[in-house]
Design a protein around this ligand. Structure first.
Ligand code: NAP
Ligand code: GDD
Length: 325
């Protein structure tokens, strides 16, 4: 029997990779689509799956639309990837962030509980919840200390997931994913901002790249690898929480070095530090310990940071070649 999956955030980076992964596994994939003015299907189109997803109008802020989406999709598995996901914006739109990223997750959990409490639920939790880190390497038992309104909202969603599991017996799992990137990453996030700038500079379209705190360290992996872990969590007998990470950390500075070197340039010649991109409170370093996922899910990352950044620079170079004149 074909399984039905319902994905919020289907138009985002992870939504696109997860849709492709699930379609390849034979799922009928239903995506909750928030109403937007501009074309939001470009990522699904780039992966060649835009026509294979069944779209359902809905918004994380409207629980009735999520109940309707549960009814229409007859979902066996629900992946809550929708969020206001850009940390920087969460200081200027903290209420929206709390509502979409925090309350939105509770809305999805309620829709699951009301329509089909046997459906399995995945919450897109984040290493941003560790914030001011309380252990050198963060795992499932590391205490949280969020440093942004986004991190605070995600913490609510995470604990709601745990609470629905414990209160109602929902098969609800929380994936604490560290930063993951790809050629489909939004251009506001630092890796893509850098790879896009590298391609533009190489093509003579840009002279400099303005960045904030390049001493921040992140544990970066490839989104294509990470969505497989999401699926794997929902195939386990019991729901649980898992850290998904590579176990290595790199500064933004070194990531820049890799990206510029990929096309034979030196980052020092182009990067300009601009206070505009510093955050009111920073997460200085993230470094995950994915041992539990390795052990229980058999999951392991397959893509090094150099491969990932190379892939992103190449994709941005290709996009510039094919842009309309
Ligand atoms: P993304 O590219 O920013 O995608 C976010 C998705 O949420 C988009 O499809 C967006 O739709 C949708 N969305 C926003 N507001 C909505 C609303 N009110 N109702 C319904 N949908 C709404 O994020 P991503 O990188 O794919 O990440 C997926 C999830 O994992 C997010 O929850 C993110 O916070 C979390 N996460 C990401 C990372 C990472 O490094 N990528 C790490 C840990 C956790 P529109 O585009 O139409 O607005
Ligand atoms: N975006 C951005 N732009 N970040 C910059 C810049 C810049 O110009 N200059 C320095 N940085 C630093 C940020 O201060 C941060 O320390 C680091 O680069 C990474 O920033 P982002 O790429 O915006 O990602 P993030 O770590 O804040 O958040 C991402 O990862 C989280 C998981 O840890 C997002 O995908 C979140 O949704 C996700 O939960």
């Amino acid at each position: 029997m074909t399984k039905n999956a319902l994905v919020t955030g289907i138009t985002g980076q992870d939504g696109a990779y997860l849709a492709k992964w699930l379609l390849e596994k034979g799922y009928a994939v239903h995506g909750v689509m928030a109403r937007r003015g501009s074309d939001s299907l470009w990522r699904l189109r780039e992966l060649g799956v835009a026509d294979d997803v069944r779209y359902i109008d809905g918004d994380l802020l409207d629980v009735t639309s999520l109940i309707r989406a549960m009814e229409i999709s007859r979902a066996d598995e629900v992946y809550n990837l929708g969020a206001m996901s850009f940390v920087g914006t969460s200081w200027t739109q903290p209420i929206l962030t709390a509502q979409v990223t925090g309350v939105g997750a509770v809305n999805v959990l309620e829709a699951v509980r009301i329509v089909n409490n046997k459906a399995r639920f995945y919450q897109a939790s984040t290493s941003e919840m560790f914030g001011l880190i309380q252990a050198a390497k963060q795992d499932e038992s590391t205490p949280f200390y969020p440093r942004s309104p986004y991190g605070v909202a995600k913490l609510m969603a995470h604990w709601a997931t745990v609470n629905y599991r414990e209160s109602f017996g929902l098969h609800a799992s929380s994936g604490i994913l560290f930063n993951h990137e790809s050629p489909l990453r939004g251009p506001e996030f630092v890796t893509r901002k850098v790879t896009l700038a590298v391609a533009r500079i190489k093509n003579g379209l840009q002279k400099e790249l303005r960045l904030g705190n390049i001493d921040a360290k992140r544990d970066w992996g490839f989104a294509g690898d990470y969505v497989q872990a999401m699926w794997s969590m929902l195939q386990q007998k019991a729901a649980d929480d898992y850290v998904i990470a590579t176990g290595t950390t790199t500064t933004v500075r070194n990531m820049c070095e890799i990206a510029f070197a990929h096309v034979g340039l030196k980052y020092e010649d182009y990067v300009v530090i601009d206070p505009e991109f510093f955050r009111p409170a920073e997460v200085d370093v993230l470094l995950g310990n994915p041992a539990k996922a390795l052990d229980q899910l058999g999951w392991a990352p397959t893509t090094s940071l150099s491969e990932l950044i190379g892939m992103m620079v190449d994709a941005d170079m290709r996009r510039l070649e094919h842009r309309p004149a």
